[in-house]
Design a protein around this ligand. Structure first.
Ligand code: FMN
Length: 191
């Protein structure tokens, strides 16, 4: 058993199924002991609308998952003294990207992301918006320059996914790659 800790934030953008897939993979990984789950109010709505799932049901899937209320700025992930191995926003709304790019830490999601940047912990932003305006593009460059990985939800098709679950799962393994968790069963291009 490992001892890695990560944070998953599901914000208010389409594609919450990608967040569910990342959460499932992280919780199932033997190197991971704890996953802090943050869900913005609109993220909660997207989860219900698109996946038919409530946050409470997600938490019940694994004892490793700890949910923190978005308004609780006193949660552990709000402090740099809480050591963790990285955070992913999946999906990441354009609004969340903008708040992180501007250093506005008014919610637990944006504060936890800000902490990752200042502590030099991996921060992966799976942006979901299209088309992109100049503000989105500038914000992506800004967070990239501050140390984040900008990984828009652009699933690959070279693994020939048989269904949506395959698509979500393959994207999730690429996110875990970015968090330093290379999974043995990940589908990879062999040349
Ligand atoms: C059903 C629904 C779908 C949305 N989809 C997107 C989206 O795909 N991308 C995006 O950037 N914003 C989307 N939005 C808008 C954001 O949810 C909104 O800007 C919100 O303030 C983002 O805040 P959050 O990041 O704290 O969730 C959507 C809103 C709703 C209600």
């Amino acid at each position: 058993m490992g001892s890695k800790r990560f944070t998953v934030a599901i914000t208010g953008a389409s594609g919450s199924a990608f967040g569910v897939a990342v959460l499932r993979r992280l919780a199932a990984n033997p190197d991971v002991t704890e996953v802090s789950l943050l869900v913005s109010p609109t993220g909660r709505r997207c989860l219900a609308d698109e996946c038919g799932v409530k946050v409470e049901a997600l938490v019940a899937r694994s004892p490793k998952i700890r949910h923190h209320d978005e308004r609780n700025l006193g949660a552990a992930v709000s402090s740099g003294s809480y050591r963790q191995d990285g955070m992913v926003l999946v999906p990441c709304s354009a609004g969340a990207l903008g708040r992180i790019a501007a250093g506005v830490s008014e919610s637990l999601v944006s504060r936890a992301a800000d902490v990752c940047l200042k502590e030099r912990a991996p921060l992966v932003l799976c942006l979901r918006e299209t088309p992109l305006n100049r503000i989105h593009l500038e914000n992506m460059l800004r967070v990239h320059d501050a140390g984040a990985v900008v990984m828009p939800i652009m699933p690959g098709f070279y693994t020939q996914p048989a269904n949506f679950e395959d698509l979500f799962d393959t994207f999730a393994t690429r996110v875990l790659d970015q968090l330093g968790l290379a999974e043995a069963d990940a589908r990879r291009w062999q040349g």
